[in-house]
Design a protein around this ligand. Structure first.
Ligand code: PEP
Ligand code: MN
Length: 674
């Protein structure tokens, strides 16, 4: 049963409830949610729920109707996020675990780790004990394989996962793996489940070859009941009459599991299909269907793999798949998970010592001029700078604890979402500000470490105010970017009905982007508001049943409102690009691959052409070019450029120094990684 506790319950009452349940043979788990705290009680005892309901401090009691209790959504309504070292599985992330079927040698797994890490995998797989159909097939390297796997993971900064096949390996393996894998053949090896569950480490549990979804959830229940709270489910295909593929991927298991359970679910497209060529399409389908990630086999030399070669991706196939997932994830409102940036070899220890790069300010080589604060300096400093996000947090007065990130708008704003997603590895305290300029001011005075600002919408174009603020604040630097799909929702008080609505509030952009929906509902009068999330807060405050707002899902959640209609934007290809700003010199991103520049050109024929030619000659790809009037200088224009940086940054340094000679007021707004 789930016992929902009253808000502000006294500790003594809580202890009494616990005691009562324990005396009746229940095991208790306390779950502190954002809205309520519950005690989940499971056990074999039969009890009249009314006996619990009458205890002081009990708000209500909900029976769990499913045979699996701890694994069920009834027990816990929020998604479980499973931490595995720096990786978090579940929620809004897409986690890709990759590596060979089996560890075959030290060299092979080191090489595999390097390859999959380079393409963006966040965890390394590699079997050391292989449950093979034939006793004559390669059985794995055993403990020696685990040693190599651990070494490879450490080298690349990736947690590792390996399959456990026998209870007697539990103690030995716990020191080698960050995540235990229970394979399809062992899904119902209940003694193994009990022993592995009792270790308390995270476990990935694969669906058995002939297991129903309920069997999978019951197996997960064993793990949860015996101690671990961190279980990841894995759909890897089931046996059917079909023979063209090794197994049949049950893609519908993903939404079914999502509804029944709070546990994250990954998909293994490799064992599901058994054929390399089928892996990428099936993998993308799984992500589109809502899987929290993939467990995929990749081998540096699949032709010579000791096991599962035909289904192992070549490194370049894996790289392509990762790029496709990256492109797909914003469409479904998720983020590809990345490992925290690695420090460059020989990097300086602290942020203070990162003197080079675009943050050198108006130092040597600056062109000066026109009060626009020209910051110059080469890019190569970025190669030896350190710290990135952590560095800025420490030096920008955020203090210990959460990283403070400023955004414009009210709680639940799209910018807040962008901030939380960008700083996926940090505990973030998103700080709302009324105006964009307040975000700049707070970054400058150090009261927040970073700011997150929208600069461009794929339908509506640039948000010029922020570009202008970037020019006006030379001590602020762009250090990152985040693209977010903007999904608008019609939000009202719980219980409100669309037909009965009379007014709809939102930011003018929000209203404009939902024009088609609004034209089909002319009974709602449109009221522009300063902010999307603010309009939700406003209606919540006013308590008007016949008013609605257009904003994000998150805004509805924050203000306890109901989403009446999801995704009402006219064009679903609606993305906003946000930039992350920091004080110049307070955050250097390693291995930047993007630069943002701004400059003006002399008033003579071919001057812009000359500048662009320099970039063309250096083979630098232009991602954006836009002109803007220069404030206070009528009919004169600045050009904004976003460039793809080459891996050899000295080419960019050269281009910059030549550009400086041809342009005016050149400023590097920032170097960052996308
Ligand atoms: C594996 O992941 O290598 C494996 C053996 O998978 P499954 O248990 O799904 O067959
Ligand atoms: Mn395999």
């Amino acid at each position: 049963m789930v016992v929902v506790l009253s808000k502000g319950i006294k500790e003594a009452d809580k202890a009494a409830i616990r005691r009562f349940l324990e005396q009746h043979g229940f095991t208790i788990r306390e779950i502190v949610g954002e809205e309520e705290t519950i005690l989940g009680a499971v056990g074999i005892a039969q009890i009249d729920l009314r006996e619990v309901e009458v205890l002081p401090g009990v708000e209500r009691v909900i029976p769990i109707t499913k045979p699996y209790k701890l694994a069920s959504r009834e027990f816990k309504k929020d998604d479980t996020i499973v931490p595995v070292g720096p990786v978090k599985v579940g929620g809004l992330r897409i986690t890709v675990i990759a590596g060979p079927c089996a560890v075959e040698s030290r060299e092979q797994i080191l090489e595999s780790a390097r390859i999959v890490r380079e393409s963006g995998a966040v965890m390394l797989r590699g079997g050391a004990y292989k449950p093979r159909t034939s006793p004559y097939a390669f059985q794995g390297l055993g403990e020696e394989g685990l040693e190599y796997l651990k070494e490879a993971g450490e080298r690349e900064g990736m947690p590792v996962v390996s399959e456990i096949v026998a209870t007697e390996h539990v103690e030995m393996m716990r020191d080698y793996v960050d995540l235990f894998q229970i394979g399809a053949r062992n899904m119902q090896n209940f003694e193994l489940l009990k022993r592995v569950g009792a270790i308390g480490k995270p476990v990935i549990l694969k669906r058995g070859l002939a297991a129903r979804i309920e069997d999978l959830l019951m197996a997960a229940e064993y793990l949860l009941a015996h101690g671990t709270e961190n279980v990841i489910l894995c759909e890897r295909g089931i046996r059917t009459f079909e023979t063209y593929t090794r197994n049949t991927l049950d893609i519908s298991a993903i939404p079914v599991v999502k509804k029944l359970s709070h546990l994250p679910i990954l998909v293994d497209p490799s064992h599901a299909t058994g054929i390399r060529e089928k892996v990428p399409p099936v993998a993308l389908a799984a992500i589109a269907a809502g899987a929290d990630g993939l467990l995929v086999e990749v081998h540096p030399d699949p032709e010579h793999a000791a096991s599962d070669g035909p289904q192992s991706l070549y490194p370049d196939q894996f790289e392509k798949l990762m790029r496709d997932i990256e492109a797909l994830s914003p469409v479904i409102g998720k983020e590809m998970q990345h490992l925290p940036a690695r420090r460059a070899a020989g990097s300086a220890a602290g942020v203070g010592s990162s003197a080079g790069g675009a943050s050198r300010g108006a130092g040597a080589g600056a062109a000066g001029g026109a009060g626009s604060g020209v910051a110059a300096g080469g890019a190569s400093g970025a190669r030896v700078s350190a710290g990135g996000r952590e560095g800025a947090a420490a030096s920008a007065g955020a203090g210990v604890g959460a990283l403070k990130v400023g955004f414009q708008g009210e709680r639940g704003a799209f910018s807040e979402d962008a901030a939380i997603r960008y700083f996926e590895h940090d505990e973030v305290e998103a700080v709302p500000f009324p105006r964009f300029r307040d975000v700049f001011a707070s970054v400058l005075d150090g009261s927040v470490a970073y700011g997150v600002l929208p600069v461009e919408n794929s339908l509506a174009g640039s948000i010029h105010e922020n570009y202008d603020l970037l020019i006006q604040n030379p001590d602020v630097q762009v250090v990152g970017e985040k693209k977010l799909r903007i999904i608008h929702n019609l939000i009202a008080l719980p219980g409100a009905k669309i037909e009965e609505l009379r007014r709809v509030y939102s930011h003018p952009q929000g209203l404009a982007q939902c024009a088609e929906f609004l034209s089909l509902h002319p009974h709602m009068e449109q009221f522009p508001f300063y902010d999307t999330a603010g309009s939700v807060a406003f209606i919540a405050r006013e308590g008007k049943q016949e008013w609605a707002a257009i904003a994000s899902h998150e805004a509805a959640r924050v203000y306890g409102m109901e989403v009446l209609r999801e995704g009402i934007e006219t064009n679903p290809r609606n993305y906003t690009r946000f930039v992350v700003i920091a004080r110049s010199g307070h955050a250097e991103i390693e291995n930047p691959n993007r630069a943002s520049l701004v400059f003006s050109t002399p008033d003579k024929p071919g001057s812009l052409f000359t500048c662009l030619k320099i970039l063309a000659e250096k083979n630098m790809n232009l991602k954006k070019l836009e002109s803007r009037p220069i404030l206070g200088r009528p009919w004169q224009y600045m050009f904004y450029l976003d460039l793809e940086l080459p891996s050899d940054l000295s080419a960019f340094d050269d281009a910059l120094s030549r550009l400086r000679g041809e342009s005016e007021d050149l400023r590097v707004l920032g170097l960052f990684r996308v």
